[in-house]
Write a protein that binds this ligand. Structure first.
Ligand code: NI
Length: 185
């Protein structure tokens, strides 16, 4: 097990379009995932994308399987390995086809110490593969949907500040939320 260094905003490796994973269930892939999990846990994050440790592959992990400190009432996000993901925004319900966005606060392990208010699709379908090459096909909403969108943005070189619409809602975590323990994506 190895905790890897997390790249910070400004590093050009965070701006690449990540490459598709073509080989599954290999020792190399399992080792990489093990390192990513150790790194995410050590940093207290709820998600980590391979580009954040300098690996140029379409591979993210997220979820702790436990209630989030920030969203204690939301269902826990299942611990997930998601490879070659694709996200489709979904309307809130079958009765109303309008796509809904929600604003909420995000942090990022590559943007330490800061928080920003970021619009995200409230409900999505996400597909991809796990580390064995088996299909993943899920519908998610709220915090779960937000984490998936945040992590998958890392695979197309987007960090959350580039998704913000109001930079007056961007600041240091300890100033915005004094005394509150928060986790990062
Ligand atoms: Ni992030």
């Amino acid at each position: 097990m190895t905790v890897r260094a997390i790249l910070k905003m400004g590093d050009p490796r965070l701006l690449r379009i990540a490459k598709i994973v073509t080989e599954f269930d290999t020792d190399e892939l399992h080792l990489l995932l093990s390192d990513m999990l150790d790194t995410m846990v050590a940093a207290g994050g709820v998600g980590l994308a391979a580009p954040q440790i300098g690996v140029d592959l379409q591979l993210v992990i997220f979820g702790t399987g436990e209630p989030s400190a920030r969203y204690p009432d939301a269902p826990p996000v299942p611990r997930t390995v998601l490879i070659n993901p694709h996200i489709t925004p979904l309307p809130r319900s079958a009765a109303d086809a309008t796509l809904v966005e929600e604003d909420d606060w995000e942090g990022c392990l590559s943007v330490p110490g800061l928080r920003g208010l970021v619009p995200r699709h409230a409900r999505i379908r996400y597909t991809g593969q796990d580390q064995f090459g088996d299909a993943i096909d899920r519908i998610a909403e709220g915090f779960h949907a937000r984490v998936v969108q945040h992590e998958c943005d890392h695979l197309i070189g987007r960090l959350y500040p580039t998704r913000m619409r109001d930079l007056t809602r961007f600041g240091f975590t300890d100033v915005l939320f004094p005394g509150v323990e928060v986790d990062d994506e």
